[in-house]
Design a protein around this ligand. Sequence first.
Ligand code: ADP
Ligand code: MG
Length: 293
Amino acid sequence: MKPRATTMRAARAREAGLDVGRVIAIANQKGGVGKTTTAINLAVALAQSGRRVLLVDLDPQGNATSGLTVVREGETPASARKTIYDALVVGDALGDVVSEMRPNLFLAPAGGDLVGAEIELAMMEGRERRLRALLEAVALEYNYVLIDSPPSLGILTLNALVAADSVLVPMQCEYYALEGLSSLLATVRKVKTALSPGLEIEGIVLTMFDSRNRLSHEIAREVRQHFADKVFKSVIPRNVRLSESPSHGLSAIEYDPRSSGAEGYRALALEIVDRVEGAQRATENTGGTGHDA
Ligand code: ADP
Ligand code: MG
């Protein structure tokens, strides 16, 4: 993939002493394609590599929240504390709902209250910019902000896209994978035109790849033909550790670091870091301003 111009936010992050700052929305309006699995494992991989990471759970199902929460007896589960709803709708500061889950890894949790947010937000002023405003206030505290979005193109996903520098699209290696991708990309284009001119496609990541299945190979080839350098080289294999680990409140990277799923997500994290931080270094070396072209 080509390196690309860095954003205003990156320039500001550097001024604040952070060498990189990027907000990535993980989106695909299809459910079950690996958004949350990607959010959790990418967040942990980035945090373990020394980056400060904030994961924002924007799905009312709260799977990213529960998948990172080891509930011990007598402890308040993250979902019972303040959630992203309190920040988005009630008006609390984002810092009041964020807690540190692991070294370098912070979570803005989601709970069932977020179900009503679609409707409540719809009636609020600046409804599609609320998350963006919340993140602006904390952006300089994190190297990477990852936003896990719900399986729809409603107002929550819109908030994720408007708040983001880029979109990461997990795509399941199955027959109907390409279906629906065009409506996501059309939405991204609309958001770019109307609300957020700097929004980029970070890339498409193929998930649940089964090397023994001919269809997986065919889909992968087709997607690469279609989207060329927008597709990450790293492919996430179908791996049972990825589906087992959330019930333990752990990423696969922590649950079984040597599993193929953990390896896949570590490789993806490296690829993202290389591209994002490589592009930001390139801008610095050429004396660029860091502004979007
Ligand atoms: P989404 O957030 O897009 O709805 P999830 O990440 O929740 O998708 O994944 C859907 C289901 O598939 C979950 O049960 C998850 O554990 C499982 N899963 C996701 N990725 C993989 C994978 N690479 N291998 C095996 N199971 C996976
Ligand atoms: Mg999900």
